[in-house]
Design a protein around this ligand. Sequence first.
Ligand SMILES: NC(=O)c1ccc[n+]([C@@H]2O[C@H](COP(=O)([O-])OP(=O)(O)OC[C@H]3O[C@@H](n4cnc5c(N)ncnc54)[C@H](OP(=O)(O)O)[C@@H]3O)[C@@H](O)[C@H]2O)c1
Length: 290
Amino acid sequence: MHSTILVTGATGTVGREVVIQLSIIDDVRVRAGVHSIIKGENLKRLPDVEVVEMDFKNRDSLHAAFTHVDKVFLITPFSDDQVAMAKTLIDEAKAAGVKHIVKLSVIKADAAPETMIGRWHREVEKYIEDSGIAYTFLRPSSFMQNFANYDAASIKNDGRFYHSTGSGRVSYIDVRDIAAVAVEALTGSGHEGKTYELTGPEALSNQEAADIIGEATGRQVAFVDVPEEAARNSMLQQHMPEWMVNAMLELEQGYKQNRFSETTDIVEQLAGRPPHSFRQFAQDYRECFI
Ligand SMILES: NC(=O)c1ccc[n+]([C@@H]2O[C@H](COP(=O)([O-])OP(=O)(O)OC[C@H]3O[C@@H](n4cnc5c(N)ncnc54)[C@H](OP(=O)(O)O)[C@@H]3O)[C@@H](O)[C@H]2O)c1
């Protein structure tokens, strides 16, 4: 029997990869929930993928997206109203009779309540638990793709990138592995009520990441460790909202103190293969950095 799976945030870093990987699974119809139909245009070319527009801030816009949906992969953006957006989506899922929500959360959402991001995700997880809908929580570590999305321009332009993480190590994960686990959680059995902490195979410092990107690109890449105050000023000068600056600095402090350096073997268990190494990521994304 066919099942229909709605992926929210489907044009984003994780959502796009989940849609691509779900599109090749038999007996699954994928509904890609996009903020803008134009951005979602190329998802329409994938087999068995239907693209629907939805605005998380407007409940009236959600009804069509949730109609006849069996399961949802729930992604909300890194935004200061992401809790409200997620709650609106969960209310709509409940009203539509959705049977299972797989939520993209964050590593240590319950064990690191000192970070704003952790608190926000945990609040949404609790709302899902209380909704009575079956759930699976995916709690990934920091994405390898952040280097391609946020550091690539500076690596390209002057061969360096800047953070205030010192020599702290992070167990970066490739979003292709998050997507593989999401596909298993959505289409396999026995994942209801489970929480999966997802990491890459090893923890790396930003200097080690810089060296690996340098090897992959054949250019020297430097990591510059920036004092926290200088990082704050620089982000504010770039017109980043204050809540976001605080959230980023909290995370970077956690990275510096090795609080996000543990690794787990969940990707291998659920995807049936080892997670991508940072070296493989750097090879596959080398064009972004040159
Ligand atoms: N980055 C990390 O290292 C990391 C690690 C762990 C967990 N996370 C979590 O991952 C989540 C973000 O995932 P991501 O990186 O895949 O996100 P992303 O690339 O920023 O994409 C967000 C998606 O949400 C859509 N969107 C934004 N506002 C919307 C609205 N009002 N209505 C409908 N759609 C809207 C965006 O579409 P438009 O672009 O068209 O607006 C986009 O498709 C966050 O919850 C974050 O806390 C991130």
